[in-house]
Design a protein around this ligand. Sequence first.
Ligand code: SAM
Length: 381
Amino acid sequence: MSTVVRHDTSPPISLSDRWRGWRDALLASASFQRWAAAFPLTRPIARRRAAELFDLCAGFVYSQTLAACVQLDLFETLRAGPCEVAALASHAAMSPDAMLSLCEAASALQLLEHRGMARFGLGPLGAALLGNPGIAAMVRHHAALYADLGDPVALLRGQGRERRLAHYWPYALDQSGATLTRDSVASYTALMAASQPMIADIVLAAYPLSGHRCLLDVGGGDGSFLAAAARQAPQLALGLFDLPEVAAIARERLATAGLADRVTIAPGSFYTDPLPTGADVISLIRVVHDHDDDAVTQLLTKVRTVLPENGVLLLGEPMRDTAKGADGVSAYFEIYLRAMGQGRPRSAQRLRELLNLAGFSQVRVLRTRIPLIAGVIVAKS
Ligand SMILES: C[S@@+](CC[C@H](N)C(=O)[O-])C[C@H]1O[C@@H](n2cnc3c(N)ncnc32)[C@H](O)[C@@H]1O
């Protein structure tokens, strides 16, 4: 491994750099670690750090344990009540020993729980997962991400290998959407629809739409957010803009929901086509984060241009800095979006800067029920 060359144009070392340097040297010292683990006052910190490092090393195994449970429909199987390992094993076409390993691992992760007499039932996290089908869908689609992450350094260097995640989100490869087929958009559209009810609850609780006349959902997927908005605000006229093949799915889904008369569907790409006019509120739900800064600034400018005076932009997506525990979200999206090939996880502050750049001068960051899942910003020009 070569040494990093430091140029003397680096800024002078600050007091905080010095303090951190001292701390890092201490923490990196094996003898300090031994002392900290032995000394009663520092022992709890040493144990916590050891557990945190262990979790980081083992994270992939935890994820794959969860993936196996989802793939085998274990949570669904246990919904009705606990089962014997032998029955679960025969259902999953594996040996009872292998099933026991999976059940033990899943129990340690609170996905399952021992229920005595070689039986296992749902654990608190497995049960919670059943209440939100979006999570299982998310776990299943991670197969593409983990394939890309087989060699993380090659991924970061942009070397070789076909990127499976970029094919999963084909608009990352074709911004006009012209080459996309129904098949190529169907899985990501279904994935988004599965988690949309929770997102819609969070966004619409933070910013109820009762004061608006017409909502245009840009990048609106299969129309699940619009359907939730329609339930909350019966007066609202609805519009959806998305790539043509996705817009076709939305047309069918919204017709099935009995909303055909209330909704106008506009197929197109926000890179190449104008946005429809007429809405007094335009939503961008989980759209901005997977596009690069220049594209986002252009999109936000387009949105501002078609909004009337006093019209509102409603932006909802995970943000780096709006929640306790958001560090994990930040780490996840940094690498996820790198594998996808575009976009950045942004802080509310960075989004504010991009909104200002696009001509929105009144920007408010709203509190949300579960900030880890979605932050909300409303903006006016
Ligand atoms: C991550 S999904 C979010 C979907 C939906 N808003 C939700 O939260 O469930 C991003 C959406 O933006 C759409 N999209 C991506 N690029 C687009 C473009 N250039 N023009 C229009 N829509 C686009 C995708 O088709 C997809 O439906």
